[in-house]
Write a protein that binds this ligand. Structure first.
Ligand SMILES: [Zn+2]
Length: 118
């Protein structure tokens, strides 16, 4: 796999580009400080939400399948419903993230109209 990563905002090549370290990347810290700061907060929130969410899902599934005396069809329906509900709190920040990246990308392009990367 290629180690060359490009900045998702301005297209510049990065030394460290992998997602988990993006907010610590010197390029983002220097040129997109606002984004780096936002991303750091976003990842922390996402981890917290994801953890709480997964815990709640596991508890609900255990309740449905072990402790609630329900027929299998009802258990299946509730299981699917729980899974869908679980996906909502994960999807919302993911969409928010995409919107944020698009926003900062647009902002960068407006502020640097003559800076084009191949
Ligand atoms: Zn950049």
């Amino acid at each position: 796999m290629s180690s060359l990563m490009r900045c998702r905002l301005c297209g510049e090549q990065l030394t460290y580009g992998y997602f988990s370290k993006t907010w610590n990347d010197p390029h983002y810290r220097t040129f997109h400080a606002e984004y780096a700061e936002w991303l750091g907060r976003w990842i922390r929130n996402f981890v917290i939400i994801g953890t709480i969410d997964a815990t709640v899902l596991v508890i609900v599934l255990i309740l449905i399948y072990k402790y609630w005396a329900l027929d299998p069809a009802m258990q299946f329906t509730l299981g699917i419903a729980a899974l869908l509900l679980y996906l909502v709190p994960v999807w919302v920040p993911l969409i928010q993230h995409l919107q944020r990246v698009a926003f900062f990308k647009k902002q960068w392009a407006e502020q640097h109209p003559f800076q084009k990367h191949p």
